[in-house]
Design a protein around this ligand. Structure first.
Ligand code: FMN
Length: 371
């Protein structure tokens, strides 16, 4: 049904307009008590075997919504209602900004992919913090807050911009993510170099602790799939050294590998980050490499090209405690989160592992690659 709907309505619309329309419907449905209760009851993960823990947080299931869909924290209940067990809001920047001029989101339907150069369009840390403070949650959800650099802030002052966001947003974050991997803010990905990343993560850690003295807010970093293998190792080592809680792998890619010859050449050449199916292999490889390096010392979150329960299961076996997705939600529709959790529960039941935690990294351990 959704496929037909997608073909008849969404596919004919500008992708960003379709996003806003779907978003409005989700928010609307979440405001109608009968409807939201019904949908949440039908779609929430309720398989006992999927209960898991990540950086000290208890989850009903491992699958969540990746950053970028709900940039301004306006639809946390709506997304939870659809079966995402955690919702990562943002990227939120220190100051509000409009992002890049449209058109900035492109669908590569035959490749089940997206290219975006949104450029962190968001309301800014002050407004998003106020929204989170005023929020009365309907559903229990784990809320991650993903922060990034304001475009207008010079690179030399990037740390201050992240610190501002961390101070304002940490009180409302179940976990905080330092995003240094979006390709659409000039210079951002240079912050992945350890000499830039070390002071940044240290300062954000201190800011979160200052802002929330009563609780240690878990801190994660989100990395790009385009890092060279040695740089993936360097980030992993730094994360261990700094006592980081997690690494999210990966953001979108600037590469265009893995694209069949099916999508229009003009679309493939659009500037921006590529996500969805063509990202699958590289994201999985980065995750596997990270797990081989850090083992169970740091929680890993697998994202990039996850389309099916089998994909999510492969991420868990490769070392992910949590799995996220974005692009396939556009193609698969509102019941996608439920399908992933349901399929994961079936895979776990048919596996030799008693719990989800036992399955984490099992493939890497089996191959003798793990630390
Ligand atoms: C339109 C769009 C906007 C995105 N915005 C953000 C963002 O603001 N911050 C971020 O960390 N990742 C952002 N992402 C990246 C996703 O969170 C995710 O890492 C990436 O899309 C790979 O997952 P997927 O293949 O399931 O989409 C965005 C992705 C898309 C498609």
């Amino acid at each position: 049904m959704y496929e037909l709907f997608f073909r008849l309505i969404f596919r004919r619309m500008d992708p960003e307009a379709a996003h806003h329309l779907a978003f409005r419907w989700i928010r609307l449905a979440a405001r109608v008590p009968v409807l939201r209760t019904f949908l949440a009851a039908a779609l929430a993960p309720r398989h006992k075997e999927l209960r898991t823990e990540a950086f000290g947080l208890r989850m009903h299931g491992p699958f969540g919504l990746a950053a970028g869909f709900d940039k301004n924290a306006v639809a946390i209940d709506g997304m939870t209602m659809l079966g995402f067990d955690h919702v990562e809001i943002g990227t939120v920047t220190g100051e509000p900004q409009p992002g890049n001029p449209p058109k900035r989101l492109f669908r590569l339907v035959p490749d089940r992919a997206l290219i975006n150069r949104m450029g962190f369009n968001n309301d800014g840390s002050l407004a998003v913090a106020a929204r989170l403070a005023a929020r009365t949650p309907v559903f229990r959800a784990v809320v991650g807050v993903n922060i990034g650099k304001t475009k207008a802030v010079p690179e030399a002052e990037a740390v201050g911009d992240y610190v501002k966001s961390a101070e304002r947003l940490a009180p409302y974050a179940d976990y905080l993510v330092v995003n240094v991997s979006s390709p659409n803010t000039p210079g951002l990905r240079d912050l992945q170099a350890t000499e830039a990343l070390r002071p940044l993560l240290t300062a954000v850690r201190e800011a979160a602790d200052r802002s929330v003295p009563a609780r240690r807010v878990p801190l994660l970093v989100k990395i790009a799939p385009d890092l060279a293998d040695e740089d993936v190792d360097a980030v992993a080592d730094l994360a261990v050294e700094l006592g980081l809680d997690g690494i999210i792998a990966t953001n979108t890619t600037i590469a265009r590998d893995g694209l069949g010859l099916r999508s229009e050449a003009a679309l493939v050449q659009e500037t921006g980050g590529l996500s969805g199916a063509p990202l699958k292999a590289r994201s999985l490889a980065v995750l596997r490499r990270l797990y081989a390096r850090v083992g169970d010392r740091i929680t890993l979150v697998g994202v990039g090209g996850v389309e099916s329960a089998e994909d999510a299961w492969q991420r868990i076996l490769a070392g992910a405690t949590l799995v996220q997705g974005y692009s396939a939600f556009i193609y698969e529709g509102p019941f996608w989160g439920r399908a992933i959790h349901k399929g994961l529960a079936a895979r776990l039941r048919n596996s030799p592992y008693a719990t989800l935690a036992d399955a984490v990294g099992a493939d890497v351990k089996k191959a003798g690659e793990s630390v």
